[in-house]
Design a binder for this molecule. Structure first.
Ligand SMILES: [Zn+2]
Length: 293
């Protein structure tokens, strides 16, 4: 036993470098989500990473649905570095098949003229039914799911953005997503690797949008587009209020950016390692940006 080291753990030998000005906030864990409060003005939201399906709802679904194939796979791991940057992170537990946290509560279509998934989706991204015959949720069930799972996530987003704005003067929201690069039922052709969405420039300051686009343009490993097929869903459009000091962007990534697009949906370490510095540069650009820049 090294007695010299053990003496360092005594209460009167606390290192002087302890950051007393930035107290550590413990994660807030609820049945719906875990929120890791950070120390910087950025909140990372990953609304589609959940895979849980309540036992009471499983019998209504077709067997294939239980594997939750349309999950935004592995984003919690890919974005874990954000906490090290001081960002807040919110991670829901339940599958989008239960309710889609990135859809408006009144269930209006996000993308006019295209096939859309609903607040409580009834189809896989491939178009086949998620539910057994006559088992899809009725209006009352949708309302209950909204109260139990949708509302708490959005109450947390609202409160955390308000806290960040109160502390820092402005708040930044990064809504992270990923999806299979080819889904003919949802979109034509093959999706670019990195799809930045700013609701056509209305969800964040123009200088922030420009700075993020420069990061995408500055790398050659991944194809990219800004405000293409995916312009930002409900979370980006609802919370992005640049004139009120809240700047929101969405990044939709193709699965192929970091994993083979087939079961068992395991990440490809080499691809994920190439993607990591790009994600880090994007979030660092969010943090380096200043209002009025
Ligand atoms: Zn998503």
């Amino acid at each position: 036993m090294n007695t010299a080291n053990s003496s360092l753990a005594s209460p009167d030998s606390t290192p002087l470098s302890t950051p007393l000005s930035s107290p550590i906030s413990l994660p807030i864990t609820t049945p719906v989500y875990t929120l890791y409060p950070g120390t910087r003005p950025l909140l990372v939201s990953l609304p589609h990473v959940g895979t849980l399906i309540p036992e009471a709802i499983k019998p209504q679904l077709v067997a294939r649905a239980l594997a939750a194939e349309d999950t935004d796979w592995h984003l919690e791991a890919l974005y874990n570095f954000a906490r090290g940057l001081g960002a807040s992170l919110i991670v829901p537990r339940h599958s989008r098949y239960l309710i889609d946290l990135n859809r408006p509560p009144e269930n209006t279509p996000m993308y006019a003229g295209a096939n859309n998934t609903e607040l409580c989706p009834t189809r896989f991204f491939t178009g086949e039914p998620l539910y057994r015959d006559d088992q899809a949720p009725d209006a009352l069930a949708v309302q209950q799911r909204r109260a139990h799972w949708w509302q708490p996530y959005h109450d947390a987003l609202t409160a955390e953005l308000a806290r960040l704005k109160a502390v820092h003067g402005h708040a930044l929201l990064w809504d992270g997503h990923s999806i299979k690069s080819q889904l003919p039922w949802l979109f034509d052709g093959t999706l670019p690797d990195l799809n930045l969405g700013t609701a056509n420039g209305s969800s964040c300051a123009p200088t922030l949008r420009t700075a993020l686009m420069a990061v995408l343009a500055g790398q050659t490993d991944f194809s990219h587009i800004t405000d293409g097929r995916f312009k930002g869903g409900y979370i980006t459009r609802h919370y992005g209020r640049p004139l009120d000091g809240v700047h929101a962007v969405q990044l939709e990534m193709s699965w192929s950016s970091y994993m083979p697009e087939a079961p068992p949906w395991q990440p490809d370490p080499d691809r994920a390692a190439r993607l990591a510095p790009v994600l880090r540069a994007l979030l660092q650009t969010m943090l380096d940006w200043r209002p009025g820049a």
